[in-house]
Design a protein around this ligand. Sequence first.
Ligand SMILES: CC(C)(COP(=O)(O)OP(=O)(O)OC[C@H]1O[C@@H](n2cnc3c(N)ncnc32)[C@H](O)[C@@H]1OP(=O)(O)O)[C@@H](O)C(=O)NCCC(=O)NCCS
Length: 183
Amino acid sequence: MLINKQEPFERKNNMKAIGTTNLNTQRLILRKIKKEDAESLFSFGILGENLEDATNIINNMVQCNDDPMTFHWALEYEGIAIGRIKGWEVDPHNNFVQLGYDIGVPYRGKGLMTEAVKAVSKYLLKECEFNRVYCMVRESNPASNRVCEKAGMKHEGFLRNHWIQGDGSYTNVHYWGLLSSDI
Ligand SMILES: CC(C)(COP(=O)(O)OP(=O)(O)OC[C@H]1O[C@@H](n2cnc3c(N)ncnc32)[C@H](O)[C@@H]1OP(=O)(O)O)[C@@H](O)C(=O)NCCC(=O)NCCS
């Protein structure tokens, strides 16, 4: 019989649960989400069906700000929050974390998300000591696939018909990864 049993062993390379820390890039301040971000993030279509909804979502996010296993940043540019980036699907056993991100339409195509992905990946791999940061991106999202490529991730796989869509059809997904040993 095959049993996938995890043998107990002394771990010497656990990721560090140090949560969201301020990071600066050339043009961005990456910082914890603030209550005041609701208006701009809603106005850019990043979250919420309406401002009240966005405010509720932001309030829930703010409550998690100091959780050491939360890795979630607002992208502040010229004094306002224009997007966000989050390390989620955190796996503290295998030391990997998935990245998700979103930036307002007026700010796209300026290289800003690539800047954020590079800074956050470096923080997660070098300061938090994850072994792997990865992104899963629909085939139909060339901008996001390009961000992964420009951020130095390796193209590790192509998952056929991986995610179901609103109309019931399935979409192919690119799998990108960056290892601590890559940087
Ligand atoms: C994906 C996203 C975060 C990119 O952010 P961004 O700040 O515009 O990214 P960058 O400017 O750093 O890079 C975008 C790259 O994609 C390219 N690109 C954009 N649209 C493209 C298209 N339709 N076809 C091909 N390339 C495209 C840009 O030209 C740029 O590449 P370049 O620098 O070689 O010219 C942004 O479009 C977004 O928030 N989209 C909606 C949410 C989303 O898709 N999130 C990711 C889910 S996996």
